[in-house]
Design a protein around this ligand. Sequence first.
Ligand SMILES: [Zn+2]
Length: 55
Amino acid sequence: MLCLTCHRVRPALSRSDYTAERAWLIVRQGLCACGVTPGRTWPPPVVREPATSPK
Ligand SMILES: [Zn+2]
């Protein structure tokens, strides 16, 4: 999940990759931009504060 170059979170390739864990890692580590393929459109990651919602 993490980029080996910048050690940040690589962009999700599919909608199913948008997990709470990934969002949390993006908040903490930041989002990798060096692995983005030009021309490929992917939905921007939702970066938000980790909500303390009860389960
Ligand atoms: Zn990277």
